[in-house]
Design a protein around this ligand. Sequence first.
Ligand code: NAD
Length: 256
Amino acid sequence: MTVTFPAERTVLLTGAASPRGIGRATAFHLAELGWNVGIIDIDGIAAADTAAEVSRLHGVQAMGVGANVADREEAVAAVDALEAALPQIVAVVNFAGVSSPVPYLEVSPEEWTRVQSINLDGVHWITQRVARTLVRHGVGRIVGISSVSAQRGGGTFSKTPYSAAKAGVVGLMRSIARELGPVGVTANVISPGPIDTDIMGGTLTEERKTAMAADGVLPRIGTPRDIAAAVAYLISEDAGFVTGQTLNVDGGLYMH
Ligand SMILES: NC(=O)c1ccc[n+]([C@@H]2O[C@H](COP(=O)([O-])OP(=O)(O)OC[C@H]3O[C@@H](n4cnc5c(N)ncnc54)[C@H](O)[C@@H]3O)[C@@H](O)[C@H]2O)c1
């Protein structure tokens, strides 16, 4: 069954407010393609500012709200608010995440819980709430953001709690894909290699970028635009026969 998207449709993006982040770049890219945009970020002011700029630049409807995705009530309330204000939600992309460079034997219970609660539980809280809406309309696209760190056992910046949570995102999306496919909803994962943002302990030096690219096939690390373009495909109407997949956007760092 091929399902048609409504003419006016909204994508919800979590973690789309940091100035040099992947989510923010994706918000602008998707707005350029005609998506209305809802942003959920722990930085509510930056979320609202980003939404205002997206709207001004691309003439779409956009709104940003503050919420900690690790807090189920806040996550649900944020989706409620965006759904009430924006056209039909058709897609959700879970960018909100934190890094964790702590060596395994030094991982405290607090660090473990912090990383799982944002990078995995948060994806679940947001996705489950949005999925209820997608199922009601019989059409939808869900995207989780994993990491090459989950596939290769770290090796970039973050270590074990991060790799474990990001591997969890893959299992989460595959299982959602299986359950919700019959009712018109796809769920996929993008697994980025190192991308030039500030999440790996601040802005990357040229030396660090070169070192991170060394294992890959392509002689560079990625840009937020590389990921935004992959998101645009996976949430497009044309991607309706793609589900349960992990798309590696990593310059050939992990071939599988
Ligand atoms: N940059 C990379 O190399 C890379 C590689 C693989 C995967 N990723 C993943 O891509 C996603 C985006 O990362 P980025 O590089 O743009 O980093 P970033 O730090 O620029 O963006 C993360 C965003 O998440 C928000 N956020 C953090 N905790 C939150 C919470 N509890 N609730 C709501 N929002 C929260 C931050 O405010 C920020 O806007 C993350 O999930 C990250 O793990 C990044």
